[in-house]
Design a protein around this ligand. Structure first.
Ligand code: IMP
Length: 184
């Protein structure tokens, strides 16, 4: 018999791309790499709102080093699945970053525009280092050259939701990462 969750997804045209268990395993691996690379440094983890909030919460709990956290809010997608190429800060960092080791945590790299512009902006504030950890990477969709320092999964050019990622503010609560069939 299908579980209520599977029944519900079937009713919404969802197909699981990455299960909760697969994500969990990869998050632990990423946390291990980051803990090794940042050992002995006072790292500030910056989550990009809103998509990265679940990934960031899981990631920092798997780190074996202490860290501080902050969030930045960016608007780059205006209504669903298209990229405008414009990035606006909707909520700035509360932490001064000059001289800090900063690791940005993002849900997904798509065209690369958001993170390229964000890095340019934060670099001007003089951090000691600036790294990027992205859970997902849609390499095929790049419009500007960009590679994250840590990538969870490289995925095909399909629109995904769940585990913090949304479509018009829906589906962030799903524990798995799912393909949204109707717009894929
Ligand atoms: P980029 O500037 O095109 O790289 O856009 C990155 C942002 O687009 C991410 O932080 C997401 O908010 C959004 N995005 C891109 N692809 C998807 C997707 O498949 N699902 C949900 N959000 C996406």
């Amino acid at each position: 018999m299908k579980s209520p969750e599977v029944e519900w997804k079937a009713g919404t045209g969802m197909e699981i791309l990455l299960t909760e268990a697969v994500i969990d395993r990869r998050v632990r691996e990423l946390a291990g790499e980051i803990s090794r690379d940042y050992a002995g440094r006072d790292v500030l983890i910056v989550g990009v709102l809103k998509g990265a909030f679940i990934f960031m919460a899981d990631l920092i709990r798997r780190l074996s080093i202490p860290c501080s956290v902050d969030f930045i809010g960016l608007a780059s997608y205006h209504d669903g699945s298209f990229s405008s190429g414009n990035v606006r800060i909707t909520k700035d960092l509360e932490t001064p970053i000059p001289g800090r080791d900063v690791l940005i945590v993002e849900d997904i790299v798509d065209t690369g525009i958001t993170l390229s512009l964000l890095l340019e902006l934060l670099r001007k504030r003089g951090p000691a280092s600036l790294g990027v950890c992205a859970l997902l990477d849609k390499e095929a969709r790049r419009r500007v050259p960009f590679s994250a320092d840590y990538v969870g999964f490289t995925i095909p050019d399909r629109f995904v939701v769940g585990y913090g990622l949304d479509y018009n503010e829906k589906y962030r609560f799903l524990p798995d990462i799912c393909l949204l069939k109707e717009i894929a």
